[in-house]
Design a protein around this ligand. Structure first.
Ligand SMILES: [Zn+2]
Length: 336
């Protein structure tokens, strides 16, 4: 069972006020691995990019890592397979997707201070060529456009207003259109938006210092962090042909192995919902030696979890306050 946001807030408050949360954390009410997923750490308020990518402020992340380290066994990637298949207990794992540079500048110092490992899934093409990802490109266009709405067009069934207070909703809606498109139409769609919103594409200079460098990645690896694949260009894999999927998986792995000089066996699906990958994705992962794949379905992994190509993670987002975070890790059956 999953609770909607308002119920989450209410129940998490009750957990705290009744003192139940503390008792439950000390009990064995759940067993398994709760894998938390983050994207960016910091304050999104002034960003022209997609603010939904920020998962926590530095202060909240510091609290979350400290709280997990105090109450649970926090494991790294190397322990996961053994824990999933053989061990009983309550484990928490921290993961990050995409490879944003604040993972190094903001998250890594906090993880180090708490001596907690984390696993980072990298979109290799972003690190290699300082690309603006499609979600940040579209968000930037909506934020900088002088227009107040997008007229009816072949991509959206009705006009999309994006003056305040509609702006965040408009970004969300235009990103959802992208996610449904076959891979060969996505570039045409983004080009259409650039023309229709009269902004052009987000300037490449915005991507300066947006992604980690490979030197940062190697430093974090020496510091006990782990790395996995997240494709080259961050497409919705299920919208690609089997050959395109194979290339995204193989080339991402090749670059990671080249830069890190060690086997890479873990992968997380871009976007990560059930419709974002398919059987061709799994074939490509098996073919290229990925042994584990992480989803974005929510929930946690029970002991004896068998399918290593469908490992559940739960999203941590900036609207999760400290109380709600305590609820997520205390009762993941309800909150994760
Ligand atoms: Zn991603």
């Amino acid at each position: 069972m999953l609770l909607d946001l308002s119920k989450r807030a209410l129940f998490s408050q009750a957990l705290d006020l009744t003192g139940c949360g503390r008792a439950l954390r000390a009990s064995r009410i759940w067993q398994g691995v709760l894998i938390l997923n983050y994207h960016r750490i910091g304050d999104p308020q002034r960003s022209m990019l997609d603010r939904n990518l920020w998962s926590a402020t530095q202060d909240d992340f510091d609290y979350q890592v400290g709280m997990a380290a105090k109450n649970f066994d926090v494991i790294g990637l190397d322990d996961l397979e053994d824990v999933l298949t053989h061990r009983r207990g309550r484990y928490v794992m921290f993961t990050f997707d995409d490879g944003y540079q604040d993972n190094y500048t903001e998250a890594y110092p906090i993880l180090k201070a708490h001596q907690v490992p984390a696993t980072f899934f990298l979109t290799t093409g972003f690190l290699d060529a300082s690309q603006i990802p499609w979600w940040d490109d579209i968000a930037w266009m909506v934020r900088t456009s002088k227009l107040s709405a997008l007229d009816v067009n072949r991509w959206t069934s009705s006009p999309v207003p994006f003056d305040q207070p509609h702006r965040e909703g408009a970004i969300h809606r235009l990103l959802n259109v992208y996610k449904e498109l076959p891979g060969e139409s996505t570039e045409e769609y983004v080009e259409f938006l650039a023309a229709a919103l009269q902004t052009g594409r987000c300037p490449k200079s915005v991507a300066d210092n947006l992604w980690m460098t490979w030197d940062m990645v190697r430093e974090m690896r020496r510091g006990g962090m782990s790395f996995g694949g997240h494709t080259v260009t961050h497409p919705i894999l299920a919208n690609l042909s089997s050959q395109q999927q194979d290339w995204e998986v193989a080339e991402c792995k090749r670059r990671l192995v080249e830069e890190l000089g060690e086997p890479i066996t873990a992968f997380s699906f871009p976007v990560g919902g059930r419709s974002s990958y398919n059987s061709f994705t799994r074939t490509a992962l098996e073919t290229h030696g990925f042994r584990m794949a992480f989803t974005y379905h929510g929930n946690y992994c029970r002991p004896g979890h068998q399918d290593l190509y469908s490992i559940s993670r739960t999203a941590i987002e900036t609207d999760i306050d400290q109380r709600q975070f305590r609820a997520v890790v205390t009762l993941p059956q309800l909150f994760a």
